[in-house]
Ligand binder design. Structure first.
Ligand code: GAR
Length: 201
């Protein structure tokens, strides 16, 4: 059983999709903990499911690297990223760039979901940026996190057509409708060994 740690900053609808999937005894991964950089409303999904949660605020650390080290230690307390079974860290709406030391601790057992077809529209405002560019199509990417911003190897993508006059909120919600099952399937396939993480031993 793959142990996963999920990191969020917001409403946590992707986290909820993972929690619902993992409630099935046949799902090959278990959510060991959920962490955030803030009092994210989505932490309630974990609390309701009896999953341990923690908040590690950047402002309580002197540097980004120190914040990353505290966050890594909080995850490892739940036996993710330690021992021969390396587990998996899933950034599902964490709105912070993970510092290099954190990435090196878990790499390549560290994935992110991003609301665009990378390498298009990296960064914190992917849906807004796609609309501003007049894109006819955008989507979602699940990728391995490296030390860049949304630059790591792509694992899975799904595309969506942009509708005329669509708002950022409406487009983001339609992207998330594809994103939630894509993330669940990606985690399942990693857990089953059907999808290899580039560089994993
Ligand atoms: C998701 O669409 C995720 O791809 C995005 O935040 C949303 C979180 O939604 N992440 C980023 O934009 C990271 N750059 P959720 O809290 O409902 O799961």
């Amino acid at each position: 059983m793959l142990k996963i740690a999920v990191l969020i900053s917001g409403g946590g609808s992707n986290l909820k999709a993972l929690i619902d999937a993992a409630a099935d005894p046949d799902f090959p991964a278990e959510i060991a903990c959920v962490g955030s950089d803030t009092d994210a409303p989505g932490l309630d999904h974990a609390r309701s499911a009896g999953i341990p949660t923690f908040v590690v605020r950047p402002r309580d650390s002197a540097t980004r690297e120190e914040w990353g080290a505290v966050l890594a230690a909080a995850i490892q307390e739940h036996h993710v990223g330690t021992g021969p079974d390396r587990g998996l860290v899933v950034s599902a709406g964490l709105m912070r760039i993970l510092p290099p030391g954190f990435v090196r601790t878990f790499s390549p057992h560290l994935i992110n979901t991003h609301p665009a077809l990378l390498p298009e529209y990296p960064g914190a405002h992917a849906v807004r940026d796609a609309l501003a560019a007049g894109a006819a199509r955008t989507g979602v990417t699940v990728h391995v996190i490296d030390e860049g911003v949304d630059t790591g190897p792509v694992l899975r993508q799904a595309a969506v057509d942009v509708l005329p006059g669509e708002t950022e909120a409406d487009l983001h919600e339609r992207i998330k409708q594809l994103e939630r099952p894509l993330l669940v399937e990606t985690v399942r396939d990693i857990a089953l060994g059907r999808l290899a993480l580039p560089g994993a031993a």
